[in-house]
Write a protein that binds this ligand. Structure first.
Ligand SMILES: NC(=O)c1ccc[n+]([C@@H]2O[C@H](COP(=O)([O-])OP(=O)(O)OC[C@H]3O[C@@H](n4cnc5c(N)ncnc54)[C@H](OP(=O)(O)O)[C@@H]3O)[C@@H](O)[C@H]2O)c1
Length: 211
């Protein structure tokens, strides 16, 4: 068994999810921020890669200004070599945090470190049942570029939500799906569009995977 997986990301009209040098950029409109926080409050866990933790230092909690009865989901960090800084926001004891590594196991209070896979990459297929066993039935994958690519490539998603902002960032910064990419157009990851919704000045496109 695996959780129901929603991938969510915000990009500029030219597909960029951050500044050209990888710094965090506020891409979502205020209305989209409200949508994302509501989504976080409806899932059991929010997952990001350690690249996002190091670049953005996100809290991954639910803000009361967007959701009145805010309930923080578990935070999951893919971090093969335990690079998450001890003082990172995701290490604060305001929500449960699971760090997934290829190195060791540990549990204390709201922090759990679990081992899954070998070397540089956490084994995502093996991780999903481990999360399900820990009560995570709905999972929101928020990035970044490498992590979204890996979930798409492995067809580990049920919905993909993309907010598109009406501005251009340019440059060679991170895009929604980084990683190695495909070798031939026949290998493109195909999607079915099922919703187009307006959030302030931008739109959200929602997809399911195509068989
Ligand atoms: N606009 C948005 O919606 C949005 C949201 C989030 C992030 N971002 C942006 O995304 C950028 C960060 O993206 P990123 O690609 O550098 O980092 P990332 O995708 O957040 O993290 C990638 C890292 O996670 C670790 N990892 C371990 N197992 C993995 C697996 N199975 N699959 C994928 N990653 C695995 C690897 O590091 P180790 O080998 O060290 O474990 C890998 O380098 C930042 O610029 C951030 O601002 C944008």
């Amino acid at each position: 068994m695996r959780p129901y997986i929603i991938i969510n990301c915000a990009m500029s009209i030219d597909g960029k999810i951050a500044m050209p040098d990888g710094r965090q950029a506020r891409i979502s409109s205020e209305e989209d921020m409200a949508r994302v926080h509501k989504l976080r409050s409806e899932v059991d866990a929010v997952l990001v890669g350690v690249g996002t933790v190091l670049a953005d230092d996100p809290k991954l909690t639910v803000k009361k200004e967007y959701v009145k009865k805010a309930r923080n989901p578990t935070r999951i960090i893919l971090d093969a070599h335990l690079r998450t800084p001890e003082n990172a926001e995701v290490m604060q004891p305001n929500a449960r945090t699971i760090i997934v590594t290829t190195e060791k196991e540990y549990k204390h209070g709201l922090l759990e470190i679990i081992k899954c896979g070998e070397g540089d990459m956490v084994d995502l297929h093996a991780l999903m049942p481990m999360l399900y066993e820990r009560g995570i039935k709905r999972l929101l994958v928020e990035g970044g570029s490498t992590v979204i690519w890996e979930f798409l490539r492995k067809k580990l998603f049920d919905e993909l939500h993309v907010y598109i902002a009406p501005f251009v960032i340019g440059g060679k910064g991170p895009t929604m799906a980084g990683g190695k990419g495909i070798d031939s157009i026949e290998d493109a990851i195909k999607l079915n569009l099922f919703a187009i919704e307006r959030y302030g000045e931008g739109i959200v496109l929602k997809f399911t995977p195509s068989q």
